[in-house]
Design a protein around this ligand. Sequence first.
Ligand code: JD8
Length: 391
Amino acid sequence: MRIDVLTIFPDYLAPLELSLAGKARDRGLIDIRVHDLRDWTRDRHRTVDDTPYGGGAGMVMKPEPWGEAFDTLLDDGDVEGATVVFTTPSGQPFTQAVARELASKGRLIFACGRYEGIDQRVIDEVSTRAEVREISLGDYVLNGGEVAALAITEAVVRLVPGFMGNAASLVEESHTLSDSGASLLEYPVYTKPASWRDREVPPVLLSGDHAAIATWRHDQAVRRTAERRPDLVHGSVLLDDVQVRPAEPADAGELYVLQLACWVAEQHDNPGVRIPALHETLDDLRAWLARDTVLVARSAGRLVGAVRASLDGDAWEVGRLMVAPDLAGRGLGRALLERIEGLAPATATTYALFTGAGSLRNQRMYKKAGYRLRGEIAPGVVRMTKRIRRG
Ligand code: JD8
């Protein structure tokens, strides 16, 4: 990726040398070039600003230096098609989703304004010859666009393939929409010593029980998100006190009832299709409960969801994903899917499942989670798979 930055304060971007971007540059992953806008002025005072038409306080940045700077940078075609980013308080809010969009581009040109802003005709004119994004770092007023360009560059560069040592760590981050669509804040983290100033590390983290650690971390992330960022929890996994844990034999009875309730609804969407879950005995259920990896979700003691999985060759076969019908649509199914995916053994290369050909709502949820239809495996039954992304 090539990144150009246009500014009247080039030194403001010096941190890019130091940080992440600096390392990316050294590894040839990123080509960052910072340009002084005054290099495109023609008067001996290298003027870049003038009084605003219509009066008012402050100065406005003149169009000519910008126009000529873009003439140079946009004609310097070593990378096909540039995306020009004007950082401005009146721009689209910058988010992790926007960072992912920009990280997919071959070239970015940041235009950092100062004073009261840049003559609007510059944005309008550049929009005729390049993709233009106007992006704001946040709802507060800075004195110029450089800080935003720095922050956006850091958030984007670290998403560039090959940049982060282990891409897996990107998956778990805050604001990284999980496969379940839930956007959760990070769980608390700890390192040695286990005891510090009479403060202990939560014992579960020292237990080596990865399922329990995953459960604790998810619940901590859910709790933190609910407390600090309720705006992130629209309809998602935050059925306030849902606890997801490995199933136990004692869950069998409730599980059997929930299974029947869920698949009766499925039968409606798939008339004439033989649905195994509706032809199982309690003992059949007890058998796979003991054999497979099974998670259950409880809310206020009530069994509200469950999912199972088992390894078949290199496929982590996910199945019996169920959510109490009265709690559907809150993201619990997607969260359970995410959790059971997280328990896939290292030898698994693919997540796989099947659902009713008529179960369009389920198929939509699986597609949103990254699964792809792989055709009918029996009359009225479709298979969906997703490759496991690791590292
Ligand atoms: C570009 C000039 C200063 C802004 C009069 C103060 C972004 N999240 C953000 N807050 N502020 C900016 C930003 C501020 C800028 C410029 C970005 C160019 N200013 C102006 C309007 C009010 N002064 C930003 N991204």
